[in-house]
Design a protein around this ligand. Sequence first.
Ligand code: PRT
Ligand code: MG
Length: 213
Amino acid sequence: MTITIALSKGRIFEETLPLLAAAGITPLEDPETSRKLILPTNRADVRLIIVRASDVPTYVQYGAADLGVAGKDVLNEHGGTGLYQPLDLNIARCRMMVAVRDDFDYDSAVRQGARLRVATKYVQTAREHFAAKGVHVDLIKLYGSMELAPLVGLSDAIVDLVSSGNTLKANHLKAVEEVSAISSRLIVNQASLKLKRAAIQPMLDAFAGAVGK
Ligand code: PRT
Ligand code: MG
């Protein structure tokens, strides 16, 4: 019985490596240099698949992967259908923020009840956030480089992830409101957990031990 784990390249892969090691799993190739999308590991019964960060929940939902690691940002947009989310891995941490141009008075725009144009990749998250605040927004869906939108008049505000804050600063933007704290979770296909419990449960326990829970 093979266990397939879906990961994205970059920070999630890097920060998941020590957790995999705690479960006795070592990838045999580096996704940054390999062109393979299916990576073997030291364990004949465990393989990794490398997918786009926002595609990880989809692979796990349909059982094409048994396990995966995905940010709460991605999970909130996906909705979580068919996924068991047993563990916050506390990795790839950042904050989902509302940001505007340095010279834009966000608080007064909100106070005056202005209708705000908000550009974001996280439409679902943004809709929930502004609805809860009672702020009327027109959402503009983008797929990347949200920071550009307020600079060229596409939007008044963006909803995006911030870690160091350097990207905002370099583009004369400021964060004005936190939407939520973000970290990555372990996700598990619900059917896999039942059918492959003997193989999966020890991995969950090892991950939980490595995370300190
Ligand atoms: O890059 P790609 O379009 O393929 O997908 P992705 O951006 O979703 O994937 P990836 O690998 O970049 O991010 C995977 C996960 O890492 C995200 O889903 C988040 O949960 C988490 N994460 C943690 C981040 C960041 N920190 C982060 N800083 N994801 C993105 N960023 C970006 C942010 O969007 C902004 O453009 O980094 C920029 C800001 O960084 P600072 O340091 O300048 O503030
Ligand atoms: Mg990215």
